[in-house]
Ligand binder design. Structure first.
Ligand SMILES: Nc1ncnc2c1ncn2[C@@H]1O[C@H](COP(=O)(O)OP(=O)(O)O)[C@@H](O)[C@H]1O
Ligand SMILES: [Mg+2]
Length: 327
């Protein structure tokens, strides 16, 4: 865990005010400030056939990610996690708001300037197979970003690919094989190798283990943690699995209907959740402790209870679901 003196708060308005007050101009500040600073970021998608209605996938989100930190981003499916990750990387342009990266505002960058900054941020996807071109060898897949960024010397590319495959736990001698020849865990290692070959500072991990067998998940999490230490990486780690996020994150941001409703150290979020939605999410974590045994019955009284989600508290803070479609 990093010694991040993070504030524990609900909502994002306070963070936005604080962030705006911290104008970063000097390069020294640039290096010591947060790696990422999102200020009141919105991403609204137009909806087909519904006039001017929009889906407010991300709706006024502010947070910081400190250097070397892992910020976990949790929330149930459809709450806007992937959209937020993509907006941070400018894969989607933000509808409004500011995204500072290494002290510079990405939302004001265009063309080659943006392209060069993008080199410093990479993404790892949930489904490694879908994100790997089946007709390319893994050597070519991992070398492609190098080629895109002007590493024209073939031998240099091969050297770098060899090195990154090795640190990702893959046999460099398999560089001429195709993705289908690898297992799910190995394919995710290929995805990680491709993300790291340009030595980024920020890696957005979008549910990187959700599609993997449980037996493989821990290996990939451990690999990501080892790589973070070795290469001083900063992670935005997206997951719906709270137990995974708790394990890997220094701080956790809880997202609900396009908003970050709570952001705090991992320990605070889990030990003393403040927001009702965080409590609901925590209550849906499966039991990991041995269930208590009822001595009178001689059996586990929880064993017969079906897994269930607790109902959401009413009224939910901020807004209700129908507000997702608004003008
Ligand atoms: N390209 C898009 N066009 C329109 N709507 C989108 C697009 N991408 C995501 N959405 C919508 O935005 C909301 C958030 O989606 P997403 O960011 O994928 O959530 P999560 O990753 O938390 O499951 C969903 O309602 C989704 O349908
Ligand atoms: Mg997603």
């Amino acid at each position: 865990m990093l010694g991040v003196d993070a504030q524990h708060h609900c909502g994002s308005a306070g963070a936005a005010q604080m962030s705006q007050a911290q104008t970063m101009t000097a390069s020294a500040e640039r290096d010591s400030g947060p790696l990422v600073e999102a200020i009141d970021v919105k991403k609204h998608f137009p909806t087909a056939g519904l006039g001017r209605a929009v889906v407010k996938a991300v709706d006024g989100v502010s947070f910081e990610i400190f250097r070397g930190e892992t910020l976990g981003l949790v929330g149930e499916s459809g709450c806007g996690k992937s959209t937020l990750g993509r907006v941070v990387m400018q894969l989607h342009p933000a509808t409004s708001g500011t995204i500072m990266f290494e002290g510079r505002d990405l939302t004001k960058m265009k063309g080659n300037t943006l392209r060069l900054v993008r080199k410093r941020m990479q993404i790892i996807f949930q489904d490694p197979y879908a994100s790997l071109n089946p007709r390319m060898t893994i050597g070519d897949i991992v070398a492609e970003p190098l080629q895109n960024f002007g590493v024209n010397n073939k031998r240099e590319r091969e050297k770098r690919v060899h090195g990154v495959l090795k640190v990702c736990g893959l046999n460099p001698n398999f560089a001429n094989r195709y993705p289908h020849e690898f297992s799910g865990g190995q394919r995710q290692r290929i995805g990680i190798a491709r993300a790291l070959v340009l030595t980024p500072s920020l890696v957005v991990c979008d549910e990187p283990i959700s599609a993997l067998d449980v037996s493989i998940q821990a290996q990939i999490v451990n690999l990501l943690e080892d790589l973070q230490h070795e290469f001083n990486l900063t992670y935005l780690f997206i997951a719906h699995d709270l137990s995974v996020v708790r394990h890997v994150s220094d701080r956790v941001a809880v997202m609900y209907l396009g908003k970050v409703v709570e952001i705090a150290t991992s320990k605070d979020v889990y030990d003393t959740p403040l927001h009702p939605y965080t409590k609901v999410l925590l209550s849906s974590i499966p039991f990991t402790d041995p269930a208590p045994t009822d001595p009178a019955q001689g059996r586990d009284p929880l064993a017969d209870q079906p897994a269930q989600r607790l109902p959401l508290p009413h009224p939910m803070p901020d807004r209700a679901v129908p507000d997702l479609l608004g003008g």
